[in-house]
Design a protein around this ligand. Structure first.
Ligand SMILES: NC(=O)c1ccc[n+]([C@@H]2O[C@H](COP(=O)([O-])OP(=O)(O)OC[C@H]3O[C@@H](n4cnc5c(N)ncnc54)[C@H](O)[C@@H]3O)[C@@H](O)[C@H]2O)c1
Length: 321
């Protein structure tokens, strides 16, 4: 598992361990920490480094790896616009190294963390896997290129693969595995509250019922289960290689902020700021394909997602109140 110490990866590591599966984690710990992987063996290495291919081959041989789940990536949109080449080196170069090592060792299965960012500003309200893909920043482009690399390796040397396009991942499956990065809406709101500042809402004049942006929030533990379902599917004939992972339902920014107020018991009055460039009014997944092919459904509601995120935040070093 590459990037298995991160927010999402650590959930999949724990689920696999609970199921009695052997897992080895490779991670450079640049945005995570070793204790998140529990008792799983951890190899600390940067997959984009010059010596990564040889080191990855060693890890794969030594641990008898038969499948790779590839989470490792830089994921900050703004940073990707400021440092595009670094993003290409890290996300695309790093993935090329992982695939190179897999081919050399004969590891034939990969699950890849893709993103709704591949769609850019989709022209539809419900995004299907075949909706036009026009990413609007280097981060999203690296994810689309990652999918193309998988397709090409599938053709060239028989790699079996699934790319999961995550929508808005939130919550925590266990209180010690919360999202420690302040990049997504719920951690951003909690971070502001913790500083004693009002949460910020970017734009309340979108063409949505309450004027704030609508997104599809998927509980991180549901998302982790989707990886297990995809891993099982790789053992048989795949109907498709690419799947959205969302709920098929949207919640507005205002609804999320309200839910945080309800769960925390705090008086949460947001401050409205201008729209941010590149934020589509609505981004909601069609979850039909993954439901039909992999039998996967994410049904955890917004209240439960927010409650688990709140519990994890309170269990961390930055409690509120
Ligand atoms: N969190 C989301 O909302 C979201 C949405 C869509 C897609 N994704 C994708 O899911 C994946 C996991 O995201 P996350 O939220 O868990 O992020 P995260 O930053 O918590 O996890 C990424 C992990 O990869 C490691 N890593 C990064 N670059 C590395 C490198 N070059 N070599 C070795 N390890 C490296 C980090 O140390 C970290 O442990 C990423 O590929 C991300 O782009 C996340």
């Amino acid at each position: 598992m590459i990037g298995g110490a991160g927010y999402i990866g650590a959930h999949v590591v724990r689920l696999l361990q609970e199921a009695g599966e052997g897992v080895v984690v490779v991670d450079d710990l640049s945005t995570s920490s070793a204790e998140r992987v529990g008792s799983a063996p951890l190899v600390v290495l940067d997959v984009a480094a010059d010596d990564a291919v040889v080191r990855l081959e060693d890890v794969m041989r030594h641990h008898g790896v038969d499948s790779v789940i590839h989470f490792a990536a830089r994921k900050q949109v703004g940073e990707s616009m400021a440092r595009p080449l670094w993003y290409y080196r890290q996300n695309v170069g790093g993935m090329a190294n992982v695939l190179d090592a897999m081919e050399a060792v004969g590891v034939q299965k990969m699950i890849f963390s893709s993103s709704a960012a591949v769609y850019g500003m989709p022209p539809v309200e419900i995004v299907r896997e075949d909706t036009v893909k026009e990413p609007i920043n280097p981060y999203g482009r690296t994810k689309l290129i990652g999918e193309w690399m998988l397709e090409d390796c599938g053709r060239a040397w028989g790699l079996k693969w699934v790319a999961l396009r995550y929508f808005n991942v939130a919550g925590a499956g266990w209180p010690d595995l919360g999202d420690s990065a302040v990049l997504n809406l719920i951690p951003m709101v909690l971070d502001r509250l913790q500083r004693g500042e009002p949460p910020r809402v970017f734009g309340d004049d979108y063409p949505t019922p309450d004027g704030t942006c609508i997104r599809d929030y998927v509980h991180v533990l549901d998302l982790a289960q989707a990886h297990i379902a995809a891993l099982r599917a790789l053992d048989g004939e795949l109907a498709h290689n690419v799947y959205n992972v969302g709920t098929g339902h949207g919640a507005s920014v205002a609804e999320v902020v309200d839910a945080i107020g309800r769960v925390s018991g705090l008086d949460v009055v947001p401050e409205v700021e201008p729209r941010r460039p590149g934020d589509p009014p609505q981004l909601v997944a069609s979850a039909d394909r993954i439901g039909e092919d992999l039998g996967f459904r994410s049904e955890t509601g917004l209240g439960e997602i927010v409650a688990s995120a709140w519990e994890a935040w309170q269990a961390g070093p930055r409690r509120i109140g």
